[in-house]
Design a binder for this molecule. Structure first.
Ligand code: SF4
Length: 309
């Protein structure tokens, strides 16, 4: 994330007695010391590198994203380079990151950036949001991390930190609520540069210290202010949390079918796809889903390939 390296101390910001103020300085100072050196945080990543990383990181952990990100940026260093390729090449390069519709969406965004913005990732939040495949989260993340703007950037890590430290509950709701967005906006430092740093820092705290599996309060810079810890860490009593099952799901079958197509230099016959999964109804459903999503192109003669257009 290309955010200002060292920021003026948040306590000197014009925030006054804003609700987030007790958290800003400790979290940002912690980030200055502990932030991981990730390629999309280096200045050379630029706004395109930040955008690519945000697409990839939304549902995939950093260690799996790193090699694919490096190859992607080496092959397509600018949006126009990706836009000039068939969307199927984006799906192929996506490899095993999962949720491959993200590859098509990123390709679509690259085409729109090339056609509407002369090949430069727009700086304006509304223009980012107007790109195909870019939702509220990605627009805010790119505007904040690439351009140092003031936006609430609410990913699962940030939501968990805010739920615990501010709201005093163990987990955030299953889906982002209006109340969480309101809280995130209220917690933003008033100063633009500090707000961008806060967005990156609070996200990193959730990724490294206040994780879903384990909260490492002894290493946490806001342990003294954390509402959930101070309340004695009451157990989650909301609706059951969504699981992350994969084995046996249509998603797994889709992944296996796509892997065959990714590795094939030419269109493949139905029989080659049939070999990846034993259960014909589920296999057909998964393949139909891939075709409906535009990730696979059926050809005459029962052949299939990654999409060319
Ligand atoms: S004190 Fe513990 S629970 Fe609270 S924010 Fe820090 S790591 Fe999370």
């Amino acid at each position: 994330m290309t955010v200002p390296t060292k920021s003026p101390h948040p306590m000197n910001s014009p925030v006054g007695d804003a609700p987030g103020e007790p958290f800003h300085a400790p979290v940002i100072d912690w980030f200055d010391e502990h932030a991981r050196d990730l390629p999309w945080r280096r200045p050379e990543a630029g706004s395109w590198g930040v955008m690519v990383s945000e697409f990839m990181l939304q549902q995939t952990p950093v260690n799996r994203v790193l090699p694919v990100y490096e190859q992607w940026l080496a092959r397509w260093p600018r949006p126009a380079d990706l836009a000039a390729e068939a969307p199927g090449e984006a799906v192929r390069a996506w490899g095993r990151l999962g949720y491959p519709r993200r590859a098509l969406r990123l390709h679509g965004a690259a085409v729109a950036i090339t056609e509407r913005h002369g090949g430069d990732v727009p700086t304006d939040h509304a223009q980012l949001l107007a790109l195909p495949g870019i939702g509220e989260y990605t627009a805010a993340a790119v505007a904040s991390f690439a351009y140092g703007q003031r936006h609430a950037v609410l990913d699962t890590n940030v939501r968990r930190v805010f739920a615990r430290a501010v709201t005093g509950v163990q987990y955030p709701p299953n889906a982002t609520t209006a109340a969480e967005r309101k809280l995130a906006r209220a917690l933003l430092p008033a100063d633009e540069g500090i707000a961008a740093r806060w967005a990156a820092a609070s996200m990193e705290l959730g990724a490294l210290v206040c994780t879903a599996r384990n909260e490492n309060c002894h290493r946490c810079p806001i342990a003294a202010q954390c509402a959930w810890r101070l309340a004695g860490k009451p157990e989650h009593d909301g609706p059951p949390r969504r699981g992350q099952t994969y084995a046996g799901t249509d998603r797994q079958v889709r992944g296996k079918l796509l892997a065959v197509l990714r590795e094939a230099p030419a269109p493949v016959p139905q029989a080659a796809l049939d070999r990846v999964w034993h259960e014909p109804v589920q296999r057909a459903r998964a393949l139909d889903g891939l075709v409906a999503d535009g990730l696979v192109e059926p050809l005459p003669g029962g052949l299939y390939r990654l999409p060319l257009t």
